[in-house]
Design a protein around this ligand. Structure first.
Ligand code: LLP
Length: 431
């Protein structure tokens, strides 16, 4: 979680001052660390050492092509949920042969696109999808590689919106009917059965539910083998949680250990689909305090980032740590606020509601934060690398933020700030 290092009053990510990033690229701005992304990936690689395993980064967590390219260079495969994500993976230099395609429903066009690209596997979630895929593959003169995503009915003990492994969820095929569906799939001529998949939820802290789910999946794999349906791989999904506030988070190897114990000595290749745990703590959202409003009941720090930039607080009531960014030194007299210097001498310590400028009360980034703030100050919203930019929108016709990757002493712009004209470029008025 210590993405920022503070020395002599200057807050840096790796060797680059956050104030320098704000000055050069403006705010709001997402900032990522190449070293932190690489370290997170390395923690999976070393936890999986000795296992025949593939790490398929869940693109949905952060789909910037620079991030995809970095993971591709490190050898990762990818877990995608749309044709759009597949196009990004390919544009970023990812290998389609290492791609698994998840999601409760895929369109015909997406099936065609993925078959043409030659992905490793479709994770299929219903009997209808098996049939549709069989038809599309047949029309193309191909065989579609498939796994069934099974729902093990295990409680992952996480936020209900990101819990997927219970019977009541729309995800996967019911555990009890899976065997019959495999038999059905085997009878369809244009499908090739490759594996099995399971993903029970996200931001999981306790490793036990995932290990229990793996145990149930193994029972199924063995009973299928007894019928002559041999699987090549077992995909255990993603879900490992990260520290946002004070959660107790196990190191990657310890989180995976109970699962790997059960999987020891298996001949099937293991697949994992981590998203959040690879990128979440490797990114932050840099924002500037526009206005301070001290009221009778509440004090507000209105910043230039909003719920359209980071939806998690508004959507899940998620807590992200917010820290003041040290810029070091004081600005020469007469320096305009826009150049990145706050009137720090006027800083006022208070409990602040950190909110955006959007016209609704749900537009908050943090409640009750005790900070000494002045207008013009820079703030960093931490643990924003996952499901931050990826879930951003243009609500209130706000251009999406810029994205910057820090690499040692270098800062690289990996996504330009959107321009307002782009926001309505696809629209047209009536004749
Ligand atoms: N595989 C599948 C099939 C998934 O549905 C997901 C996430 C992942 C892998 C990656 O899970 P992770 O390792 O990131 O936990 N927007 C929410 C999270 C939604 C997760 C959706 N599925 C949030 O901001 O918390």
């Amino acid at each position: 979680m210590n993405l920022i290092n503070d020395t002599n009053g200057v807050s840096r990510v790796e060797g680059v001052a956050l104030s320098a990033i704000a000055e050069r690229f403006g705010t709001p701005c997402y900032v990522y660390s190449r070293a932190a992304l690489t370290a997170a990936y390395a923690s999976y690689r070393s936890a999986l050492a000795g296992h025949n395993a593939r790490i398929c980064y869940a693109v949905k967590a952060n789909s910037n092509v620079a991030i995809l390219n970095l993971f591709a260079r490190l050898g990762a495969g990818f877990d995608i949920v749309s044709g759009g994500e597949l196009a990004r993976v390919i544009a970023a230099g990812g290998d389609p042969a290492k791609v698994v395609f998840s999601g409760v429903a895929k369109s015909r066009a997406e099936m065609q696109q993925a078959l043409t690209a030659g992905i490793h596997c479709f994770n299929v979630e219903s009997a209808s999808e098996l049939e549709q895929l069989n038809t599309v593959a047949g029309e193309m003169g191909k065989r579609a590689p498939v796994a069934l995503r099974v729902n093990p009915n295990v409680d992952p003990k996480t936020h209900p919106y990101i819990s997927t492994g219970l019977k009541t969820a729309k995800f996967g095929v019911a555990f009890d009917t899976a065997r019959e569906l495999y038999r059905g799939a085997q009878a369809l001529p244009n499908l090739e059965i490759r594996g099995i998949a399971c993903h029970i939820g996200s931001q999981l802290l306790d490793p036990q539910p995932a290990a229990d789910a793996a145990g149930k999946v193994l029972e199924l794999v063995d009973s299928l083998a007894a019928e002559g349906i041999a699987l090549e791989h077992i995909d255990l999904g993603g879900g490992m949680g990260i520290r946002y506030r004070d959660e107790v988070v196990l190191p990657t190897a310890d989180y995976l250990a109970p699962m790997l114990t059960r999987l020891a000595g298996r001949r099937e290749m293991l697949y994992f689909e981590p998203g959040r745990s690879l990128v979440g703590n490797a990114g932050l959202l840099l924002t500037r305090v526009e206005v301070l409003k001290h009221g009778e009941e509440k004090n507000f720090a209105i910043v230039d980032a909003a719920m359209n930039d980071l939806a998690r607080p508004a959507l899940y009531d998620a807590w992200h740590e917010i820290v003041k960014v040290g810029a070091g030194g004081t600005a020469p007299a007469g320096t305009p606020r826009e150049s990145g210097t706050a009137k720090t001498e006027n800083a006022r310590q208070s409990q602040y509601e950190i909110v955006g400028p959007i016209c609704e009360s749900g537009d908050f980034l943090g409640h009750d934060r005790n900070l000494a703030l002045a207008e013009g100050d820079l703030l960093a919203i931490l643990s924003a690398g996952a499901y931050g930019m990826a879930m951003s929108s243009n609500y209130n016709s706000r251009p999406r933020a810029a994205e910057v990757m820090v690499d040692g002493e270098q800062m690289h712009l990996i996504r330009r700030r959107e321009e307002v004209a782009q926001l309505f470029a696809l629209e047209s008025v009536l004749p």
